[in-house]
Design a protein around this ligand. Sequence first.
Ligand code: MG
Length: 262
Amino acid sequence: MATPEKGNPALIRRDSLAARPGSRQVGPHKHIEVRVRDVQRLLVLFDLDNTLVDRRGTLGDWAAEFTARHGLGDEERAYVLGMVAERAYPSSFDAIRTRYRLPMSTAALWREYCADIAASASCPAEVLDGLVELRAAGWRVGVATNGAVDIQHAKLRATGISKRVDGVFVSEEAEARKPLTRHFALAAARCGTGLGDGGWMVGDNPINDVGGGRSAGLRTIWIGNGRSWPPDDPGPDHVVPHARAAIDLLLLQSVDRMRTRA
Ligand SMILES: [Mg+2]
């Protein structure tokens, strides 16, 4: 398992790559050079929550705002947060509505949640740029996420991610949740390819993203988010601290492939 933050020699700084004849610049990072015609279109799938967007940080603020808006005490914040912490569905709000006897319908509460979360979700500019750079370098870029269709697509639109990827698959569309291989196959299909040619999965969840990706025949990059890899689980191919580092690693794969073919 490679750990770039510990000085893996395979992880060359982007600005150490010299310009070469026949190459062209990609994105705002002027030292990344690729020759698109030389690169087979490899697939990379990204998880969404806590990989491309910071869901965990967004939820804390939302729970505080929700309890204040509905006249609930601060002590209820933990319950509300717990109901949506792992994953939120309309049924989560059915339970919240019943518990607090809220006058709004479950559908209205769910719509409010989707709008609130979409408005506060953000994807770092360097990650958005990185998605563009990957596609310009010849990668097929997709999003493979568990969750409800409307909230996940609301976040993808609001952050600008949906315009920068080839395809998106949300588990609710076909009741195919990660880590099922079918989830990854459907995500690959959205990107115009299959799992037969391999590819990469990038995500923060050891079971859903790394274990599931590996079972689907993909190489894996784990977004550590400051955590250590669970000691008893087979490791991913790489560990990186955040999504931009994963993108840089993949871009270097493109360069390495071209050098191999040169
Ligand atoms: Mg995640």
